[in-house]
Design a protein around this ligand. Structure first.
Ligand SMILES: Cc1c(C)c2c(c(C)c1O)CC[C@@](C)(CCC[C@H](C)CCC[C@H](C)CCCC(C)C)O2
Length: 293
């Protein structure tokens, strides 16, 4: 069975077991990680993201843990209410409809971000929270996502927030540090001032992702339609779906409802709380044995 056929199977499928076991074994062999536990669901996210190539999945997983460790400003506080002021400006939405291939479609309206009020870390945090939530969906694990960036209103104030270290973090999550397949990046309304920033990010992007970047300019109403069916896009973006304000409000509510879940992910990034409790029990048993010796 090839990776695509495996990806079509549900999480509980017996044929998936050997891959989960193999990935767990491979990860536990890596130094420093022997005290962590990894839930099946957590491991399956990485396997699906790499179509069940265990070596690639393992590399992705290690990169993910490293990225989170290196980016505490972004990943340690996954609280939607901490960025509610930014979410309330209709900055971001996951559209209610998937595209024709089953991908999730995300919109970021960068111009709604006031860089005097919110740092790039806050802004990044929103993307990370959304990514954690949608990456729990099996269909999204299979078909990935497409992101539309509306850069109307991009200013020097925005540009100054993006330094080389942040550009590196952006390109890492897009390429090999997060278990989501990035199947398209659409830039619309990009001003000339955005070019130097894009030039800072793109050298770090693998060729495969670079080919998926589409720069639409201001005439995007016609060109976005070549990628998305009318019922998928909000009216403001040339579609016939619900308006952007409404979809942003809807996703903000979804994020707020996920507050507890996201806090749990920030605290125990490698799996669910049940596995964590199980692990603590195991640890207790082990330490008792050590006491005996
Ligand atoms: C897993 C995952 C994450 C975490 C993610 C994105 C995607 C597609 C993901 O799959 C896209 C957005 C990004 C990279 C966060 C960006 C935060 C910064 C501060 C926004 C500033 C504006 C960017 C200069 C706009 C252009 C970026 C494109 C060239 C990708 O976070």
């Amino acid at each position: 069975m090839n990776g695509h056929q495996l990806n079509d199977l549900p999480d509980e499928s017996e044929q998936m077991r050997p891959y989960v076991i193999c990935l767990r074994r491979q990860i536990l062999q890596t130094n420093d990680l022997s005290v962590q536990t990894f839930s099946d669901n957590f491991l399956i996210k990485f396997l699906r993201a790499r179509d069940f190539d265990v070596a690639l999945s393992s590399k992705l997983l290690l990169n993910y843990l490293q990225w989170r460790k290196d980016s505490p400003e972004i990943s340690s506080c996954l609280s939607p209410s901490s960025v509610l002021g930014l979410l309330s400006t209709s900055y971001h939405a996951v559209l209610p409809q998937r595209d024709h291939t089953g991908s999730r479609v995300l919109i970021y309206r960068i111009g709604q971000w006031n860089p005097k009020e919110w740092s790039a870390f806050h802004v990044f945090r929103i993307s990370l929270m959304t990514s954690e939530i949608i990456s729990m969906e099996t269909e999204t694990q299979r078909q990935g996502l497409k992101a539309i960036f509306d850069l109307q209103g991009w200013s020097l104030g925005h540009a100054l927030q993006i330094n080389p270290s942040l550009a590196k973090k952006i390109s890492s999550v897009l390429s090999d540090s997060f278990p989501l397949k990035v199947r398209g990046i659409h830039l619309v309304n990009e001003p000339v001032l955005f070019r130097p920033v894009f030039a800072m990010i793109s050298p770090f992007l693998p060729e495969k992702i670079k080919q998926r970047v589409h720069i639409h300019g201001t005439a995007f109403h016609n060109t976005l339609r070549e990628f998305f069916l009318p019922h998928v896009l909000p009216v403001e973006y040339g579609g016939e779906g619900p308006g952007i304000e409404e979809v942003c409000q809807g996703w903000t509510n979804q994020l707020l409802e996920s507050e507890n879940l996201l806090k749990q992910i920030a605290a125990h990034p490698t799996g669910d709380i049940c596995d964590y409790l199980h692990f603590q029990k195991k640890l207790k048993v082990n330490s008792c044995r050590n006491d005996d010796v």
